[in-house]
Every structure is written in structure tokens, then in C-alpha cells.
Design a protein. Structure first.
Length: 311
């Protein structure tokens, strides 16, 4: 049985419903998270990756959107672990907390006048982008939302129209993924992933000022690269044309994990397949998220009777 947590209660997923007048459905007035539970076959255990950081980012988005849910980050961690335990999954899963303006009123109203809801649901979830076959990407004709339009650092529902238009355009043109630029032409990110490049033995990735989502996988990659491979990450502005001559390129995200990029705008990156640094980083990352590396166990919350949220 699959359960959801909605408005304070656990219930079967098919009972978690909203009405057609719900404000968030019309205006995108929501904040959400995407969290993965990763199944460790040898240990017979499911580990939720960086749960606390995801709950904190959700609350940061709620603050901007004036969505007041009566839960702290610790409360949210406990709710999510209990929900996942109730569902009893023994496979990789995706967890979706959604905080939204649940009031059934049609009008462009002040956020503070609208009541709030929280729903958490979880679904089985395998690969999102092929982790082996290097993704064929294009530069989108859509620009990434600016901080002066809809704040892009957290996952505000309405913001995702931007990503979905770019993903649609890219896939209709035969590409796997789009890379969006900022209004002034700097590389920002994919539609659901941050972007990294490898240049002269260093990782180079767009800075937060390039309107990127403050990615939790991005942060994990920066730390793992420094600790395990002694690789420095430079966060700076990157031009589109600079991307084409990088040694390697990969995308990071909760759904996408760490996916190599084979080409951008039909220009091959490296030899078009997964580069050696990307391969090393991907292997390390997959071990870390499945709770196989003791140094990073504090990022992995085990699901089970005695489970506690890692910090
Ligand atoms: N950028 C966007 C637009 C995203 O939706 C995501 C997925 N949450 C990411 C980057 C990667 O973020 P994270 O590693 O925290 O999942």
C-alpha cells in the first residue's frame, strides 16, 4: 500500500486530494522538494539522502512564499521517515514534499491571505537520465528565470514552467536535456540539474549568482571531489562558447544523480563519452548515496524502526 501524508495525517495515496479551485493549481503558489531513497541491496536497507538539507531548503522556499506549515525541519524529517517506512519499499524511491496555498479561492491574492497545506508522497523511482549513455544537450532558447522575477534558489512551483518549456523544446528537437543561460548569457543549469565541467584538473561550475538552484547534489559533489580526489571546484561565470571546449561535463541532481554530458549543441565534449573524472565522481557518488562510505553516513538516513534523521 502506498501512503501520503496530508494536512496532518497519514492516508492511502488515492485519498490525498485537492479541489479544482485550489490556489496553487491555478497560480503555481507552492514549494516542493525532490528527495531520493536509495536501496542498498547488500544491507537490505533504504537510505534517504541528505534529508535534513532538503527539509531546510523546503522551509527556505516556504519563507519566501509565505507558506506557514506547522513543522520544523526535524518534524519534516520524522514525518518523511515514517511515511517511507509505512510504504515498505525495497527499491529506489523518490519523495515529494509539497507545501502549497491550499485555499480554494480564484484570485491573485496576497500570499498572507491564503491558507497553507502540506502533502508528502513517495513513489518508486529508477533512473531519470541514462547514467551511462552521455546526454546529448542543447542550449535552450528559453532563459533561466532571474532572481528579480521568481527567486530560483529554492523549488517554487511556478518557477518550473521555465524548466518544462526548455525540456519540451529540447526533447522535441531530439536532445535529452536543455541547458539554460541567464539573461546576460552565462551558463546557468539544466532543467532539473546543476551543471559541472572539468577543465585542467579542476571542477568548474556556475556560481549561485548565475540563478541556479542551490543544489544539494552539487554541494555533495563539491565536498566529495575535495575530500576524496583532492579536486578543487571553481564557482564562476561560464560562457556558452567556453562549455564546448571543456574537457568533461556532467549534470547533477537528485533525480539525475551524476549524468555525463556527451555533446552540447551537437558539439562533442571530450570524446563524446563519459570522461575519467566524471566516471570516478559517479562511482564515488553512487557508493555514498547507498550508505556504503562510512565518512558520509551522516548524509544517509536509514529507514526502519530505529531510524533517526541524519543531520
Ligand atoms: N536545478 C533544478 C532546476 C532542479 O530542479 C534540480 C533538482 N532539484 C537541481 C538543479 C538539482 O538540485 P538537487 O541536487 O538539490 O536535487
Amino acid at each position: 500500500m502506498t501512503y501520503a501524508f496530508m494536512n496532518g495525517e497519514f492516508m492511502p495515496l488515492d485519498q490525498a486530494k485537492v479541489g479544482v479551485m485550489t490556489h496553487a493549481l491555478h497560480y503555481g503558489t507552492s514549494v516542493f522538494e525532490g528527495i531520493r531513497g536509495n536501496w542498498n541491496e547488500e544491507q537490505g536497507k533504504l537510505y534517504v539522502f541528505r534529508l535534513r538539507e532538503h527539509c531546510e531548503r523546503l522551509l527556505q522556499g516556504c519563507k519566501i512564499m509565505r507558506i506557514a506549515i506547522p513543522y520544523s525541519a526535524d518534524d519534516l524529517c520524522a514525518i518523511i521517515l515514517e511515511l517511507v517506512e509505512r510504504c515498505g519499499y525495497q527499491q529506489d524511491i523518490y519523495i515529494r514534499p509539497l507545501a502549497f496555498k491550499g485555499e480554494e479561492r480564484i484570485a491573485v491574492l496576497k500570499l498572507q491571505d491564503l491558507s497553507d497545506s502540506l502533502c508528502v508522497l513517495t513513489i518508486p523511482f529508477g533512473a531519470y537520465l541514462d547514467p551511462e549513455g552521455a546526454a546529448q544537450c542543447c542550449t535552450s532558447s528559453w532563459r533561466r528565470m532571474e532572481d528579480t522575477m521568481i527567486p530560483p534558489r529554492t523549488k517554487i512551483g511556478g518557477l518550473y514552467v521555465n524548466s518544462i518549456l526548455a525540456k519540451t523544446e529540447a526533447t522535441l528537437a531530439g536532445f535529452d536535456e536543455a541547458i539554460l543561460l541567464t539573461q546576460d548569457g552565462f551558463v546557468s543549469e539544466g532543467t532539473g540539474e546543476n551543471i559541472f565541467t572539468v577543465l585542467d584538473g579542476k571542477l568548474v561550475t556556475p556560481a549561485l549568482s548565475s540563478n541556479i538552484l542551490s543544489g544539494i547534489t552539487r554541494d555533495a559533489v563539491i565536498q566529495i571531489a575535495a575530500n576524496e580526489l583532492g579536486l578543487e571546484t571553481v564557482e564562476r561565470g561560464i560562457r556558452r562558447s567556453e562549455l564546448y571546449n571543456m574537457d568533461e561535463c556532467f549534470l547533477t541532481g537528485t533525480a539525475a544523480h551524476l549524468t555525463p554530458v556527451g555533446s552540447i549543441d551537437n558539439i562533442m565534449i571530450g570524446d563524446g563519452s563519459m570522461g575519467p573524472v566524471t566516471r570516478q565522481m559517479q562511482n564515488l557518488y553512487f557508493d555514498v548515496i547507498r550508505g556504503k562510505v562510512p565518512r558520509y553516513l551522516h548524509w544517509c538516513s536509514p529507514v526502519g524502526a530505529t531510524a533517526k534523521a541524519a543531520s
